[in-house]
Ligand binder design. Sequence first.
Ligand code: HEC
Ligand code: HEC
Ligand code: HEC
Ligand code: HEC
Length: 425
Amino acid sequence: MIRPVALLLALAFATALHAEITPGEILISEMNCAACHDAGPQMVRLASRQSPRLGKDGVRPTAQWLREFLADPQKVQPGTLMPDSLHALPPEQKAEAAEALTHFILSLQPADSATGRGASAGTIAEGERLYHTIGCAMCHAPASLLPGKENDAAAKEELAKLQQTSVPLGAGIAKKYSLPELTRFLRDPLKARPSGRMPGMNLTETEAEAIAMYLVREQMDTQPMRPLGDAPFTVDAAKAARGEQVFAEMNCAACHAGTDAPKRGAKALAQLAARQPRGCLGTKPGANVPKFDITDRQRQVILALLQEQTPLNTPLDPEHTIRRTMTTLNCYACHVRGKRGGADGLRRDYFTSTGEVDLGDEGRVPPSLTGIGAKLRPEWVRQLLAEGSKVRPYMVTRMPRFGTANIGHLPELFEKADAHPDAKP
Ligand code: HEC
Ligand code: HEC
Ligand code: HEC
Ligand code: HEC
């Protein structure tokens, strides 16, 4: 099964981050351990992946998806980074807690008034085309082969592999979102998921709706389209109040912003110098800690870092800071910088050009970022990173928006790192 946690590890190794940045560090920041284990000054370097916002800035998943997800996050979304906080409850109490949390979480949102639309084969086909060409398929798996390759055995095999190793979209997406809700998310993903791991793609309303319709195409059988397993739902005030209590007890607010719930800290990260896998790293975690889905290998690399914390206390030089950001935000999916990154094999085929002029790879593959700081002025890079760029109108793949909070440090670093090109490894 696909596991982004394993994927993160692969990513950290594949980009050969150097001794300066270990896979353990990437895991700690992407799994948001510092949400509870205060990282103090180490926080700057960690730049943790924040968990999604709940409440009015968050998305509104359906009740049927929420109850199942909260009762067993890994089952519903294999590979999810959300730990199982309710793992120690006996099944009946767990179901009751998930139900109460569902009422609480949906009580934070306006009622689902969205009417949805009927499915249209033309719109779904347009969504499929956009998904595979503008950049989604550089991080998420392509779902289909490009015309001309449908019967190519090697391409089929490579596609199956990409589907195992890409950021999973979750088989449950047609159950989780109504069409209007997913459209809203795609227009501005940074609102609900502020860390920019899922960037905005500068979609128009029409484009966002087409892609959303493609992603929830399993809903085709209902007219208008409705989420799978749809059933009427009204918030029950007593259950919502109970859910608020569970939310506080389970310390969900440590990771999730957007509620008034209190949050508790645990031992500081600098104090977690465990020799043995304990606490959250234990193979049988206790009732008071969340249960993460991690492998033994991942335990080992995290422990190794926790024991030897010097790396986290050492500031990174500009080039390594750039590499770290380009790894966690997956800029490398599209860009080469130095010896790292860029799409190869089958994935490279999904970079296309509008075909009006034939510029070869120059016309379809995103530009290399090697030496970019010496080539472009920082003000220009800053504007381009904040707003996206259309310097190359013939290029179908888009430069995404990652949010200034997540990449605002890059322009200056590019300039510094590339000032002396000869000094670079
Ligand atoms: C929702 C809060 C929360 C998150 C997130 C969290 N932990 Fe914990 N962790 C705790 C609590 C509570 C304890 C036990 C009490 C304490 O040590 O303060 C604990 C204990 C531990 C311990 C044992 C400490 C000891 O000295 O016995 C380790 C090691 C640990 N956590 C590692 C991690 C790692 C690694 C992550 C990220 C993958 C993580 N934790 C994420 C709450 C959390
Ligand atoms: C640079 C890599 C990248 C690109 C490009 C990208 N995504 Fe994502 N996407 C991610 C990551 C990583 C996550 C998980 C984010 C998180 O945990 O905060 C995600 C999450 C999502 C989710 C949320 C899934 C859920 O369970 O609710 C959807 C939907 C999604 N992406 C669709 C798309 C679409 C459609 C496109 C193209 C328009 C796209 N993504 C482009 C990396 C990317
Ligand atoms: C270590 C941090 C962490 C803790 C603790 C945690 N979550 Fe999450 N949660 C996440 C992450 C990360 C995701 C995104 C998962 C994904 O897309 O695969 C998530 C997703 C969710 C979602 C779906 C939101 C969306 O936008 O897709 C809900 C609802 C949720 N969590 C509720 C809870 C509740 C309730 C608790 C406490 C019982 C809790 N979480 C504890 C990290 C956490
Ligand atoms: C989905 C693919 C994709 C991802 C992921 C991506 N980019 Fe880009 N990027 C592009 C494309 C396409 C262009 C060219 C846009 C144009 O000129 O019209 C571009 C252009 C750029 C440029 C301008 C280069 C020049 O020579 O004009 C910079 C700088 C840049 N990206 C930085 C980044 C950084 C930093 C990240 C990660 C935080 C990132 N990109 C992630 C596709 C991507």
